[in-house]
Design a binder for this molecule. Structure first.
Ligand SMILES: [Zn+2]
Length: 261
């Protein structure tokens, strides 16, 4: 019996490469709160000005397009030498000022934010935690609803990396190829739904490629940007067609409840 149980856990772990997720949004919430607090304290927050307003506007529109019941938050961090961005489970976004010269305009920012938000909406953090086979202690801590403070620092750093934190508190972990492609495609969908120009996305990846190996940190955890730009250029017209007439779940509910009256 015992042997049987072990075998089925093993087969579950093998399956996890396909995107199995042992963690619910609720389980990840305390971790997301703590990790966000810690990671965003690393640099001063920008709380006014044109760039701040742009980040808030893009976050608001992408969040509406993602149509998830998340406690959305977006921070712009003053870090001109950090060309990066992330979104943690349940919609906690950080944009570093260092990525703004590469995103260049509001549509470019929407491309990067859409991509990062898609990692959260597709639950890539929980899936990565599942496939990384976190040790029993970590799982027990999460099951008990405790935060990352109860973990050893090495485990905590790995966990923060798994849910998408970058910077000194986390072990830098790239997402899988499959997760990246998924985030690229969903990111484009969100940008289109939110009324941004999706054609800016491949241009952003090309601007990153121009910087070559000395390019942004973001590239070290992402596949070849030129390849991604090429793939997206091919797919964008089809995605634009598919997203025609999209409306959020909430408005559909309102419509159907009105119709029912
Ligand atoms: Zn990514």
């Amino acid at each position: 019996m015992r042997k049987f149980v072990r075998l089925s856990v093993l087969s579950l772990l093998l399956l996890s490469g396909c995107g199995l997720n042992f963690y619910t949004d609720e389980q990840l919430e305390p971790l997301s709160v703590q990790a966000y607090q810690q990671a965003t304290a690393e640099y001063p927050e920008v709380t006014s000005g044109a760039e701040y307003e742009m980040v808030q506007e893009v976050a608001r529109r992408i969040a509406a397009a993602a149509d998830e019941n998340f406690p959305w938050q977006a921070k712009l961090l003053k870090a001109d030498n950090v060309p990066n961005a992330f979104c943690l489970p349940n919609g906690r976004i950080a944009i570093y000022t260092g990525i703004l010269p590469l995103t260049k305009n509001i549509d470019g920012l929407a491309a990067v934010m859409g991509h990062e938000v898609a990692h959260a909406t597709q639950r890539h953090g929980g899936k990565r935690m599942t496939s990384n086979q976190l040790n029993g202690v970590t799982m027990a801590v999460i099951d008990a609803g405790l935060g990352s403070a109860e973990m050893e620092s090495e485990t905590r750093a790995q966990l923060m990396g798994a849910i998408g934190v970058i910077g000194q508190y986390a072990v830098t972990l790239p997402y899988s190829r499959g997760h990246e492609t998924e985030a690229d495609i969903w990111g484009i969908r969100y940008a289109i739904r939110a009324g941004f120009n999706p054609n800016e996305a491949p241009k952003v990846w090309e601007r990153m490629a121009e910087l070559g190996s000395s390019g942004p940190e973001w590239m070290s955890t992402h596949p070849d940007p030129l390849e991604r730009a090429k793939m997206l250029r091919k797919m964008i017209p089809r995605i634009v067609q598919e997203e025609k007439g999209w409306s959020p779940k909430s408005s559909k509910q309102t419509k159907s409840s009105q119709a029912g009256r």
